[in-house]
Design a protein around this ligand. Sequence first.
Ligand code: PAF
Length: 280
Amino acid sequence: MKIVRSVHELRDHLHGQNRIAFVPTMGNLHAAHLSLMRLARRHGDPVVASVFVNRLQFGPAEDFDRYPRTLQEDIDKLQADGQVYVLFAPTEAEMYPEPQNYRVNPPTDLGDILEGQFRPGFFVGVTTVVLKLFSCVQPKVAVFGKKDYQQLMIVRNMCLQFCLPTEIIAHETVREPDGLAMSSRNRFLSDTERRLAPQLFQELSHLKNRLQGGERNLVTLEQQAVRALAGAGWKPDYMAVRRQADLKLPTPADLEAGEPLVVLAAAQLGSTRLIDNVEV
Ligand code: PAF
């Protein structure tokens, strides 16, 4: 595996390749990331991965400074796994040359709701860096995990709006045996919090079952799930039933017609904020 820090070197290594499959990450790689690499490998060749902790997508009060940076371990894992041909680990100056103030602004109806409401500026940071990374790597396909459901939709929408030639492939959320969605942030959970953490997925699954059982009062379902989480010591940000197509609120007609839905949740456990979702 080649490890490159500059766009210039990256271009040298990828010259003439037109079936590149790309997996952007912020590092601290775990089993779910390796699974994304394997899916990428099925859709293209060579596989390029990136590790870049993108300051722009963290709010001033968020965990940019404590976000785990484990580049050598990441390199060892990717090398042992053998799927990735080039690892792009750019410096901040490489991704954001000074003076820089270009930003990609997602449409407000997608970017300012749910995660965007609780993390203002988050999706501007994500789309800006993903556009830059796509421009560096020029992938034919790129793989994103469904755990970050809204991110996946916004990146897809960005590709459509900017006529990017990259196809976005979704990877199912990878879970621990007890249901907790794998995430780099899980490592911040204390033992007690870790034992409690699968409750987020349990509440989502419970809500999904009640929807499938014919319950139609979405506000009540959402409130009950929020109360259950709060009662167990979580600080829930949202629990929301939305349409898969556009993350809008489903109408009664949507519910009758069996419109594909997704239930999305974000909640804080101690100092760690977790997100998850289930499709219905
Ligand atoms: O999902 C992530 O890890 C990040 O948001 C991404 C897509 C790598 C952009 O920094």
